[in-house]
Write a protein that binds this ligand. Structure first.
Ligand code: PLP
Length: 413
């Protein structure tokens, strides 16, 4: 047991075997941060009785600590799920879901506006492992239904085939809000598993597990909600982490088993940073939403701005679906600048911004701008002519951000 060894001891031994006790009677607002690779068992029988796949049980630091369990519980609650697994980044969470569920011969279905690195994973590692992918139009559920019908649940040799449909609301960069109701119905009809990249919604804008009527008098949603905690939950632009939330014990167990076998863990200090950000996530999300909408509306009336792609604006692609499912929006949107401008002028506009920094990610305190070349990203560019610049809105005063953008646009002439 954790009895302090009896003296006399060499000083170095005393440092290691110090008589530490959990601080009974200590009660403070933030949860404690527990670190440890080794977890000590009181005796061999206890060691044999515990297995790492049990939650709430401690076997080894990689398998879960009081700190990681606390964050998992809070995220499951935030997203309306029951189980959660943490991964070292949002992309690692995506990869874990894919690897847990897909085998050679299985098929992945991705929206055309999917988060770019998710598609790269499908193009490279998954393709090398004999897992193919198909793209569908997130605004046309029939394209998903047709793609699913072309890849039936039974393979030619009679073996079952898993079909995993990723959804993203709103989609990356071009921000179309998908027809979630139609896509879920198509996936359900064809018996496919659904996973939502819920980074944009942050567990706040929409209810991932409660999105639509299930056709039997109840409600239904996605099977899996994945979330890049790097963005809003952290809020500090200082942590990389991802989460995978489910409502289904069996599905959770499959994901947890693969996650464990891959040796994916998160550091206690990073978990602490996310736990510190979580209590303010809703305040920050709604403040950044309000600021982004104000700037998006203002930008829509500016010369040299051909189009603003923000799902809460009435003319945005998928706006009606956003209005059906959402009560809020993330503070991120894109603008299409006048196609008559040269690419160099657009780069100059971004370079000339003073408060907007140039960089990836979003959800942090600093506003960011990134120009994207749609020709390299999308085969289907329907209605997306012009130079795209993505803006993510931080926590600065809106008037200062607007003045920065106004200066930049004025310089374009
Ligand atoms: C940032 C992001 C991810 C990946 O998160 P990382 O922690 O950066 O790996 C996944 N999906 C979306 C939509 C994102 O914006």
């Amino acid at each position: 047991m954790s009895q302090a060894p009896k003296p006399p001891l060499e000083p170095i031994t005393g440092l290691i075997h110090h008589p530490y006790r959990a601080p009974e009677g200590w009660d403070a607002v933030p949860p404690g941060v527990f670190k440890g690779s080794t977890v000590c068992f009181p005796d061999v029988a206890a060691m044999r009785a515990r297995h790492w796949t049990q939650r709430g049980v401690y076997t080894y630091g990689l398998r879960g600590t009081p700190t990681t369990y606390t964050l998992e519980e809070r995220l499951a609650t935030l997203e309306g799920g029951t189980h959660c697994v943490l991964a070292p980044s949002g992309l690692a969470a995506i990869a874990t879901v894919n690897q847990a569920l897909l085998r050679t011969g299985d098929v992945l279905f991705l929206p055309a506006n999917v988060y770019g690195p998710s598609r790269e994973l499908a193009r490279h590692e998954l393709a090398d492992w004999g897992i193919s992918h198909r793209l569908y139009d997130p605004l046309q559920p029939q394209t998903l239904a047709d793609a699913l019908a072309a890849e039936p649940a039974q393979q030619a040799d009679g073996r079952p085939r898993t079909r995993l449909v990723w959804l993203e609301a709103a989609g990356s960069v071009t921000m179309e809000f998908p027809d979630l109701t139609g896509l879920l119905a198509a996936a359900r009809t064809h018996g496919a598993i659904t996973a939502l990249d819920n980074t944009w919604g942050a567990g706040l804008a929409l209810r991932a597990f409660d999105l639509a009527d299930d056709g039997q008098g109840g409600r239904c949603g996605v099977d899996i909600s994945m979330h890049a905690l790097t963005k809003y939950p952290s809020g500090g632009a200082d942590v990389l982490m991802g989460s995978i939330v489910t409502r289904d014990e069996a599905l959770h167990r499959r994901i947890l088993a693969t996650h464990g076998r891959l040796g994916l863990g998160v550091a206690a200090n990073d978990v602490e940073a996310v736990l510190r950000g979580l209590p303010t996530v809703a305040l920050r999300y709604h403040a950044q939403d309000a600021a982004a909408r104000q700037l998006a509306q203002w930008l829509a009336g500016q010369p040299r701005v051909a189009r603003v792609l923000h799902p809460a604006l009435p003319d945005a692609p998928g706006h009606a679906h956003w209005a059906t499912h959402c009560t809020a929006a993330a503070g991120i949107f894109s603008v299409l600048l006048d196609p008559a401008l040269s690419a160099a002028q657009v780069d100059g506009f971004v370079d000339g911004l003073q408060l907007f920094r140039i960089g990836y990610s979003w959800g942090g305190p600093v506003s960011l701008a990134v120009p994207y070349d749609l020709r390299l990203m999308r085969e289907d560019r329907r209605g997306l002519d012009g130079h795209l610049v993505r803006l993510c809105i931080g926590l600065e005063a809106v008037a200062d951000l607007q003045a920065d953008l106004a200066r930049g646009l004025a310089a374009l002439g």
